[in-house]
Design a protein around this ligand. Structure first.
Ligand code: ATP
Ligand code: ZN
Length: 225
């Protein structure tokens, strides 16, 4: 059962942000009993519920006010914000804290044999990506006439499959690019995980709870330095 008096925090169910986000919540004193396959998890010591969802859904849940807080990568957050702005859907949120995990960059990469001589080499190409809005913004800002091709997965094999000449994808070490015969051409967005809050005011009790949690996050982050 969900209780609207409990603070609802959206967290990625399974993936690169899950473990660190849960670890951080536990480190600031939120006791959790998480059972596999469930969408919701309750804290056993505080009026907090976790919504365990795909990271793609987190920005929308916060912007629609369904979740009070959310842990999300800035890449996904910014992409969803641009997508929502384009279709006049609510796209407001507050950033409470930039976190120290989930670091990555969104980069354009080209096959090793591509004769890349700078951004202008991308003119008249198709670029496969899961982030069409961030890519489009970069292309427009740099006056490049390339066509984003939306793929929700397997972006790195698009050039080999003849779907696109280049890709725009998340990179951390570059090992995946290398394994697919690609090299980084240019970085377009640098990202970390952030904690966001819905823009609409929380109830006084919920706000009080958030106000006690935030300094603890700062404390945990400082202790790590
Ligand atoms: P979901 O099933 O929740 O949609 P996903 O496959 O979209 O999962 P993950 O691969 O778990 O997502 O990545 C989630 C987030 O982790 C990314 O959006 C990004 O902010 C961050 N991240 C950090 N390093 C990387 C990386 N090397 N590759 C991809 N994402 C990374
Ligand atoms: Zn995702």
């Amino acid at each position: 059962m969900t209780d609207k008096n409990r603070l609802r925090i959206a967290v990625q169910k399974k993936g690169r942000l899950s473990d660190e986000s849960i670890k951080l919540l536990k480190a600031i004193g939120v006791k959790l009993s998480i059972r596999d396959r469930l969408l919701i998890a309750h804290s056993t010591n505080l009026p907090i519920d976790l919504l365990l969802v795909r990271d793609d859904d987190i920005p929308g849940l916060v912007m629609d006010g369904i979740a009070d807080l959310g842990f999300i990568g800035e890449n996904e957050l910014e992409e969803k914000m641009l997508e929502r702005q384009a279709s006049n859907e609510p796209a407001e949120y507050k950033t409470l804290k930039r976190l120290e995990y989930g670091g990555c960059r969104l980069s354009i990469a080209v096959p090793n044999e591509f004769d890349y001589k700078g951004l202008e080499s991308l003119n008249q190409t198709k670029i496969a990506t899961t982030y069409p809005y961030l890519l489009k913004r970069f292309l427009v800002a740099n006056n490049i006439n390339a066509q984003p091709v939306m793929l929700t997965g397997s972006v790195e094999v698009a050039p080999r499959a003849g779907i696109a000449e280049a890709i725009c994808d998340l990179v951390s070490t570059g090992a995946t690019l290398e394994a697919n015969g690609l090299e980084e051409a240019t970085e377009i967005f640098v990202s970390k995980a952030v904690l966001i809050q819905k823009s609409e005011a929380l109830t006084a009790e919920k706000q009080k709870l958030v106000d006690t949690l935030l300094p603890r996050i700062n404390g945990v982050m400082q202790a790590k330095e």
